[in-house]
Write a protein that binds this ligand. Structure first.
Ligand code: SAM
Length: 229
């Protein structure tokens, strides 16, 4: 079996052979680092994540079912589990078991009992239920190879008025080729009838958009202030 790192190098070599630039390289599962490296990066004291502001904007409440997809070291999973306790559930989803072990240990140390770890697949979060209120992605969707397939799979686990929330960075706002333009994400979401319901200006360098279907208690169906960037 070819390991992911090797697969990525082969993929880039292939692209180079045919003169395809890295900016077009979304065909590769991107920059998957070893768990130890991610944990070090995610836990940097100077990392700007604004967890409390994000949770407040999402209006998470006790009883909600939330999936933190690509949960990494648990930066969002742990406080989100607290926000939905005692009867809500936080599913921390990752493709790297070591990350999940790290989060489980962290939750145990903090006495959190409503956090469940889920080993996802590259194209499917493999959630154990279909009543999810919020599927949350922070700096993850740009790493997933088949974004349209992944959002399609995610939507199947949501309640009719469930939300898919994505925080990522536009390519033109960064020297790094890996990021995703919000307009592309809007298109993938529109293909499954999810539309931008709320946009939050929490970050200077990232967009933060909540998508919903116009259904049930969707914000899209309520009288509200116009969405803003
Ligand atoms: C840049 S880290 C972000 C971690 C976390 N969301 C945060 O912001 O602190 C990306 C995480 O996504 C995970 N990941 C990458 N591809 C994935 C996929 N297809 N499904 C689920 N998780 C994935 C990686 O293992 C890693 O833990």
């Amino acid at each position: 079996m070819i390991k992911r790192g090797k697969l990525q190098i082969l993929c880039f070599a292939f692209l180079g052979l045919f003169g395809i630039s890295l900016a077009d390289a979304s065909a590769c599962q991107l920059q998957q680092l070893p768990a130890e490296e991610y944990i070090k990066r995610m836990e940097r004291p100077d990392r700007v994540v604004k967890v409390n502001e994000v949770i407040a904007k999402l209006r998470l409440k006790p009883g909600d079912i939330v999936a933190d997809i690509g949960s990494g070291s648990g930066t969002f999973s742990v406080p989100m589990a607290k926000a939905v306790a005692p009867n809500g559930i936080l599913y921390a989803v990752d493709i790297d078991e070591k990350m999940l072990d790290y989060i489980a240990e962290r939750a145990k140390k903090e006495g959190i009992t409503n956090l469940r770890t889920v080993l996802g697949e590259y194209d499917d979060p493999k959630l154990p239920e279909k009543g999810v209120d919020v599927a949350f992605f922070h700096r993850v969707l740009h790493m997933i190879e088949h974004r349209q397939i992944y959002v399609n799979a995610t939507a199947k686990y949501l309640k009719p008025d469930g939300r898919i929330v994505n925080i990522d960075k536009n390519r033109e706002d960064s020297a790094n080729w890996m990021w995703l333009n919000q307009s592309d994400v809007d298109n993938w979401m529109a293909a499954i009838s999810f539309y931008p319901a709320e946009k939050f200006g929490v970050f200077d360098d990232r967009y933060f958009v909540s998508y919903q279907r116009p259904y049930g208690n969707s914000v899209l169906l309520k009288k509200r202030e116009p969405i803003r960037d």
